[in-house]
Unconditional design. Sequence first.
Length: 536
Amino acid sequence: MSQALLRVDNLSVRFGQGPDAVNAVKAVSFTLDRGETLALVGESGSGKSVTALSVLQLLPYPRASHPTGAIQLDGKDLLGAPEPILRAVRGHRIAMVFQEPMTSLNPLHSIAAQVGEVLEIHQGLRGADKRARVLELLKLVGIPKAEHRLDALPHELSGGQRQRVMIAMALAGEPDILIADEPTTALDVTIQAQILKLLKDLQQRLGMALLFITHDLGIVRKMADRVCVMYQGQVVEEGATETLFTQPAHDYTKRLLAAEPKGKPAQPAADAPQVLECRDLKVWFPIKGGLWRRTVDHIKAVDGISLSLRRGQTLGVVGESGSGKTTLGLALLRLTDSQGAILFGDQDIQTLSPGPLRPLRRHMQMVFQDPFGSLSPRLSVGQIIGEGLDIHHIGADSAARRALIAQALTEVGLDPDTQDRYPHEFSGGQRQRIAIARALVLKPKLIILDEPTSALDVSVQAQIVDLLRDIQTRHQIAYVFISHDLRVVRALSDQVMVMKDGQVVEHGPATAIFDAPQQDYTKALMAAAFHMEAVE
């Protein structure tokens, strides 16, 4: 019998020491053969990412330890291997696409420098050859106008584009094993399909093995040969993909397969007052060139958009990465400079200076796309959620504010006793719930949600959709819901706006957009989304 490329045997991971120690992974075993795709699935906090990070020895030692287990690559143990051996393995034999691209990319280095570093270390490329290969990789992963993005910094790219850069970096070393930790989380459905096809093509060409971590069961069924289902740090079921989907044995697996966002969006009252309106909104970023760095052109991120939103209404904003969705959300809250009228209630906030605008910010909140990047690592969860309460003087004293923080955590499905812990102690999905709690604690009139469920597994997605709908019904909050997941948009939105290249392609009632799209671009989006649903 041939030896497995990667063998994980009886692996356990413990954080901390003594009575406060947490056993995050408990006796996990699996194998991965050359050219094979193994999916690790399970809810946030189930131990998927911790298991993957253990393979490359990237956990924070000595705080993290392995009481039991072995990790072998081609029969050679990686657990406790010296640093020179691990450096030769990381990025070359085994590469990883991390879950949160903004915190994984260096904000001070260009895209060309960061992808090129892998090529220089593991392929020995220099100068023009290195730059040419970087450009080839960026085109390979679908970066538009890649030649103009080589010298861009990470913050100049959209969330989906940053994730594609991470995939390009991982592929640069032509690894034997690619560990993909939610690699399509930030991508819209059309680009998601392209990236999955790309990974499959590269896998076949290079004989690369793929350890795929995801909460999207549609992707699992399409990509994986075998599946390991994890729950509370343990593998509760393992088997061939089709068998697991058609004949699940464990109750937890059955619950995962049955979970998806359901229900219909809340309908606003016919006489509901208007909360937000914008007219001919534009956000143009100048492109400078020549010796005197004069403006020679503009990137029209938002180009003449008008919309209105009533109390208790949800507007779903969909479109590919880079279409201007997030920039629109930032502009509506005056978080980026724009031109055009923005009315919050009956007040034009576009003309307000920061002082008069500050009291209104209590009533307009945002949940950002990258939960780790938007949560301060120096503050506890309680301090993060309570910051708005302090600024706007809500709560009679610290005890009252602590109670409000506990209530917000409970609403998003987190233990209120966790408010003294820090963001790095939570999984990606749990951090997103903390970000949602931070917005909800102020009971605002408007919340702009930028991919709020993208980092969550399907069961928690369904819970968050139900939660947002329930909160909206009780408090009549207006939502602008930005997402590439059309299933979630359909469950939450009564109006849908489709964006492409900064402009509105189609806008109308959600039922009309989903059931009878008029524009070819909208039809392509729907076809891609429905294809993913069909394999689920």
